[in-house]
Write a protein that binds this ligand. Structure first.
Ligand code: SAM
Length: 290
C-alpha cells in the first residue's frame, strides 16, 4: 500500500530503490563468465522493449532463464508480471536477485539450477507461463527444443538468440537458413523475429549480432504428424541437404521414391525445397508404412 495525495492506493513496488545495473555488477564482482554464456544487458530501456515483445504481462506468470544481474528481470517485473520464476546457474547472482525480489513485492523467486535439468511442469504448478530470456548461447538451441516438446505449458516464448540461430527459426523454404529448427518451430508455433540487437548493447559485447524471436505455441500443431517420425525424416533429409530426397531419405529404409510420390513430392527435389506441410505429409506416410 502507498499514499497518492490523500488516497491510499494499492501500488506494486517497481524497483525504484534498486541501484543502476553497472553498480550491481561492480558491487557483486560479477565478472562475465564465458562458460556461462554471460553477456549482460545493462540498459533498462532495451530490456523493457524486449519484455514488451511478450505482450501484456500484467498479472501473468513468467519463467526467465538466466536473470544474471537482473536487467531483463526488472523489466518483466516492471511490466507487471504477477509471478516471475527465474532459473540461474551462477550462485554469484543469488544475493543481488534477492534484493530485486524484495524491491518488487517478492513477485520474483529464484532457483539456483541448470535450466537444462529443470522440470518446468513441477515449477509452474499447473499455471501456463510466458518464457522470456536472454539465453546463454551455448545451451539456447537444446533449451528451445526442450520447450517445443513441452509447449502446452507455455503461452509464449520471447527469446534472445544469436542472429544466425534466430534466422534459422523463422527461415522459409529455399533459403540457406531453412532446416530442422525452422520446421520444428514453425510446425508447433507461430514464429516471428522481433528485433536485432547490436553486440554493443551487451557487456561484454559478443562477437555476433543477436535477435529476439517470439514463438507462440499452437493449440494443436499446424499439420498432423508424429513428432518422432517427423524428426527422423527431417534429420535424414537435411543430413545430406544437397542430395535429392530419393537419395537422402534412403537411410530411413522403406521405398523413399514411392513415399515421396505418394506425398506429391518429386523424388528429385532437395530438402530445402519442401514446405513444413510437405514434410508433415511425408512423415505421416513413413509412419503409416512402418
Ligand atoms: N538476463 C541477463 C541479461 O540479460 O543481462 C543475463 C543473460 S546472459 C546472456 C545468460 C545468463 O544465463 C547468465 O546469467 C548465466 O549465468 C545464466 N546461465 C548460463 N547457463 C545456464 C544454465 N544452464 N541454466 C541456468 N542459467 C544459466
Amino acid at each position: 500500500m502507498k499514499w497518492r495525495g490523500k488516497v491510499k492506493v494499492n501500488l506494486m513496488s517497481n524497483g525504484e530503490n534498486l541501484p543502476p545495473l553497472r553498480d550491481v555488477i561492480n558491487k557483486y564482482g560479477l565478472r562475465a563468465e564465458k562458460s556461462l554464456g554471460q553477456n549482460f544487458l545493462l540498459d533498462l530501456n532495451l530490456t523493457g522493449r524486449i519484455a514488451r515483445c511478450a505482450g501484456k504481462l500484467e498479472g501473468e506468470t513468467v519463467l526467465e532463464i538466466g536473470p544474471g544481474p537482473g536487467g531483463l528481470t526488472r523489466a518483466i517485473l516492471t511490466e507487471g508480471a504477477g509471478k516471475l520464476i527465474a532459473i540461474e546457474k551462477d550462485t554469484r547472482c543469488l544475493d543481488l536477485l534477492g534484493e530485486v525480489s524484495a524491491d518488487y513485492d517478492n513477485r520474483l523467486t529464484v532457483h539456483n539450477e541448470d535450466a537444462l535439468e529443470i522440470d518446468e511442469e513441477a515449477l509452474l504448478e499447473g499455471e501456463k507461463a510466458h518464457i522470456i530470456a536472454n539465453l546463454p548461447y551455448n545451451v539456447a538451441t537444446p533449451l528451445l527444443i526442450k520447450w517445443l516438446k513441452k509447449r502446452h505449458l507455455f503461452k509464449s516464448m520471447t527469446l534472445m538468440f544469436q542472429k544466425e540461430v534466430a534466422d534459422r527459426i523463422v527461415a522459409t523454404p529455399r533459403t540457406k537458413a531453412y532446416g530442422r529448427l525452422s520446421i520444428l518451430s514453425q510446425w508447433l508455433c507461430q514464429t516471428s523475429k522481433q528485433m536485432d540487437i547490436s553486440p554493443k548493447a551487451f557487456t561484454p559485447p559478443p562477437k555476433v549480432t543477436s535477435s529476439v524471436v517470439k514463438l507462440v505455441p499452437y493449440d494443436t500443431p499446424k499439420y498432423p504428424a508424429d513428432l518422432e517420425t517427423l524428426e527422423k525424416v527431417v534429420a535424414a533429409a537435411f543430413g545430406q541437404r544437397r542430395k535429392m530426397l530419393r537419395a537422402s531419405l534412403k537411410p530411413l529404409g522403406g521405398d523413399a521414391e514411392s513415399h515421396l510420390v505418394e506425398a506429391g513430392i518429386k523424388p528429385t527435389q532437395r530438402a530445402e525445397e519442401l514446405s513444413v506441410e510437405e514434410f508433415c505429409r511425408l512423415a505421416e506416410i513413413y509412419k503409416a508404412a512402418k
